[in-house]
Design a protein around this ligand. Structure first.
Ligand code: NAP
Length: 569
């Protein structure tokens, strides 16, 4: 029996669809059903990849059983052909046949590519659309380009949803996609996103720009494309169901940035303080790419990480005294005048955890390293009246920092006969899989060790310190404190420090189970140390009372680079 299209229309209205569709793959129909059964409660919107089945048509009766049992689920049937990046080896006619059978099986939506539509007779496509909701899709596995031309071609065919999935090779490709979605989502039901690690932000911001929904992996490890995030990340970390045109966008910008814990921490803070904002990882391979995105997304605030902490200073209209003194900025605010104002909260990240434990005036503190963080530490501690010593692998760099901060440079050979109140490790030694220590046991003569490395929590240096009964200040405290100040600068609200510390601690535990050693204290919100007054941006962005207008997206030429190898969404 042919069902009237109005029946399906009522089932696929955009406001009834969840924003996240989870792709389900399996070698056979039983696999798909088992997976779907475990997912359907949290994910009532799914896509079954029939092309992964050896014989898709033969699997349909089993899938029908699932659809009959779960009328609450909305399921897309996709049987993508090999030539279009899928696994189905049949012709466009054979694909149509399977999708028609899928419609009769009870799937509410089917996905068919533009390339197949071009092969089929117009009447065949119309007939399919009469039976089931049709998503007409186009995938570009190499680049984000010619979106308008492609869409002009797609509009020649009848469909309920037009889906364009491209590949981001720059951060700005996400902006191209968002501009495209904004231009058409009022007239058509659009779905759009960029694949690739650099396309992650389009998976969150696409819905803000008008994509009816987006795609996600069921769990980590089940990604079907680079850059795909899990459905729970989209919902719990990025609160995608709440993202709308008024949602302010913040992000951590760097290269690389995928490992950053900032999105977990800052989104938790925004959620806790009910700020309508989302915080993303902005993987910018160049400053130019980053700066092009800032006004066009638009970005309200940036957490700046390596390698851009120094480079961004030139892009700032004004900055606080610490940024000027240190020569590096890790926090930017975009004022209502569109200009960027810089702050350095790395200094507070080092100083606050120490001030919570001691008086810094007159304290003897050794900073190991002379890079960016050592610089922030040395200036910050000197400002507080500490007696600062510096040791560094490259003595010239250490001496230069000592001179700039009026600290004392020490030769490594002299360390063993000296003792300190605090030793701060500002080198990467001990980080990740690196099991080295910047100091030997005989050189570790101090009351406190502040190891700024925080992944893993138990570095070789920390283990050595614990064995000598030295009090350890975990690097996590710096991370939380610098983030807390960022949150306060952006939102004007006190940072929920305990919550921020909790979510990062849990995330780190998930990365690598920590030994049951001395736990990092969950710091309580403290009054901020008094520092030189920072310049105020002309008008601080009021995050909650966000602009009602959709994100402004200015015109720009498409990126030309195309590097990623074909992948499946
Ligand atoms: P950076 O600018 O690259 O500086 C690294 C410093 O470590 C330099 O002084 C370098 O000495 C020294 N170094 C590097 N490899 C070494 C080795 N094998 N042996 C001895 N010294 C070595 O890095 P950064 O931005 O200052 O960051 C340093 C570390 O701080 C990061 O790796 C990270 O673990 C940590 N950090 C923590 C937080 C936090 O929130 N907790 C935030 C940022 C950074 P040379 O001058 O001789 O090259």
């Amino acid at each position: 029996m042919q069902v009237s299209s109005t029946v399906f229309a009522s089932r696929i209205q955009r406001f009834r669809l969840p924003r996240v569709c989870v792709a389900v793959v399996g070698e056979d129909a039983t696999n798909i059903i088992d997976r779907a059964e475990s997912l359907v409660r949290d994910n009532p919107f799914m896509e079954f990849r029939l092309d992964y089945l050896t014989n898709p048509a033969a699997g349909l009766p089993k899938l029908k059983h699932f659809l009959d049992l779960h009328p609450e689920a909305t399921v897309i049937a996709t049987c993508r052909r090999v030539v279009n990046g899928g696994k189905f080896k049949g012709s466009a006619s054979a694909q149509l046949d399977i999708l028609t059978k899928a419609a009769a099986t009870g799937f509410q939506l089917v996905d068919i590519e533009l390339q197949s539509a071009e092969i089929l007779k117009p009447a065949e496509l119309t007939e399919l659309k009469d039976r089931v909701g049709v998503i007409l899709s186009f995938h570009d596995f190499k680049a984000t380009k010619k979106l308008e031309e492609t869409f002009a071609e797609m509009k020649r065919y009848p469909a309920d949803f037009y889906k364009i999935v491209s590949t981001a090779t720059s951060l700005y490709d996400n902006v191209q996609m968002m501009k495209f979605l904004q231009a058409h989502s009022a007239q058509h039901e659009m779905v759009g996103l960029c694949m690739g690690e650099q396309g992650i932000i389009s998976r969150v911001l696409g819905v803000r720009a008008g994509s009816v929904f987006t795609f996600a992996a069921a769990t980590r490890g089940e990604e079907t494309a680079p850059g795909q995030v899990t459905a729970s990340e989209l919902r719990d970390t990025y609160r995608i169901e709440m993202v709308d045109a008024a949602t302010q966008v913040y992000g951590v910008a760097g290269d690389p940035v995928s490992h950053s814990m900032s999105p977990i921490m800052m989104n938790a803070a925004f959620r806790r303080e009910t700020v309508n904002a989302v915080f993303l990882a902005l993987h910018a391979k160049t400053m130019k790419d980053l700066m092009a995105c800032v006004p066009d997304i638009p970005i309200r605030g940036l957490s700046v990480t390596m390698p851009y902490k120094q480079d961004i200073v030139a892009a700032l209209t004004n900055s606080d005294a610490l940024t000027k003194q240190v020569g590096a900025c890790n926090t930017a605010v975009r004022g209502q005048d569109g200009k960027l104002y810089g702050f350095n909260t790395d200094v507070a990240g080092v100083v606050v955890p120490l001030e919570q434990r001691m008086t810094l005036q007159g304290a003897k503190i050794l900073v190991v390293g002379a890079g960016g963080v050592a610089r922030a530490a040395a200036f910050g501690l000197k400002n507080k009246g500490a007696e600062v010593f510096i040791v560094n692998r490259t003595s010239e760099k250490g001496q230069a920092l000592a001179k700039a901060t009026k600290a004392k440079y020490l030769k490594r050979a002299d360390l063993a006969k000296m003792s300190f109140d605090v030793i701060v490790n500002a080198t990467p030694l001990g980080m990740g899989s690196n099991r080295q220590s910047p100091l030997e046991e005989k050189e570790l003569n101090t009351k406190f060790l502040f190891d700024l490395v925080y992944v893993p929590a138990e570095t070789e240096l920390v283990k050595m310190a614990r064995a000598k009964n030295i009090q350890v200040i975990p690097g996590l405290e710096m991370f939380v404190q610098q983030g807390a100040r960022q949150f306060e600068i952006w939102s004007g609200k006190p940072a929920p420090i305990a919550e921020m510390s909790f979510v990062v601690t849990k995330a780190l535990e998930r990365l690598e189970p920590q030994p049951a050693a001395e736990k990092a204290p969950v710091p309580k919100a403290q009054p901020r140390p008094v520092e030189k007054p920072a310049p105020k941006p002309p008008a601080r962005p009021v995050v909650k009372a966000a602009a009602k207008k959709p994100a402004k997206l200015a015109a720009r030429k498409p990126a030309k680079k195309a590097v990623k190898k074909p992948v499946k969404r």
